[in-house]
Design a binder for this molecule. Structure first.
Ligand code: ZN
Length: 213
């Protein structure tokens, strides 16, 4: 499987460099800034696109996922937001949820969704000049974990995310379910309609503006 990996930030660059030394089928593209839109000229031919970033970059991931979907490729984000690192979900597969639904679900379950949305927007346009700090051994840990997963166990990330706290060393997996109405992975089932959608519908009915877009 041909892979193109976009890396952003020092932590990500070091993991990407480890993968580059240990894999033949991976093309590393380092980004020196945050771009909500990817640069078409940077895109390589690939069956899997990965964003490995030292900071959140929601719009870049959404846009790359759309591109991957349009050419029948898969998409897979590995995003640090210290102390957390979130791996997955693997999108554009037969099972599981897409990245768009993952972002909507995170907002849906957040008690401060509007604030979270604003923070995402900040990161969409601002590159943090240096990483907030990471243990050098974590480069080896994430590098080896990704190496094994990409070569032997990629399917385990369909519809799943793995969250790891680099300070407490606590990690957990959780399922990601498609949001109602998503043409790719939503169930179209009324019972799966998200709370956020209902909230926005209610606001519209009442003549208010949408809280979440
Ligand atoms: Zn979806």
């Amino acid at each position: 499987m041909k892979i193109q990996l976009f890396s952003i930030g020092k932590f990500a660059d070091e993991i990407a460099s480890f993968l580059d030394r240990n894999m033949d089928n991976i093309q590393i593209t380092q980004l020196s800034g945050i771009y909500p839109e990817y640069d078409m000229e940077l895109l390589q031919e690939a069956e899997l696109f990965i964003v490995l970033s030292s900071q959140p970059c929601v719009d870049l991931c959404k846009n790359l996922e759309k591109h991957a979907y349009s050419i029948g490729a898969k998409f897979f984000p590995v995003i640090a937001n210290q102390p957390m690192v979130t791996i997955g979900p693997l999108s554009n597969t037969d099972e599981g949820a897409c990245y768009h639904c993952f972002v909507d679900r995170v907002l849906q379950h957040s008690p401060i969704a509007a604030v979270q949305n604003s923070v995402n927007e900040f990161y969409n346009h601002n590159m943090i000049p240096s990483d907030m700090g990471f243990h050098p051994a974590d480069v080896s840990m994430f590098g080896n974990w990704l190496l094994y997963t990409l070569e032997h166990n990629l399917g385990s990330l369909e519809g799943q995310i793995f969250n790891f706290n680099t300070y407490s060393r606590y990690g957990y997996k959780s399922n990601v379910i498609g949001v109602h109405g998503c043409e790719r992975c939503g169930t179209q089932n009324e019972a799966a309609r998200s709370y956020m959608t209902l909230e926005n519908m209610f606001k519209n009915e009442m003549g208010g503006k949408e809280l979440i877009k």
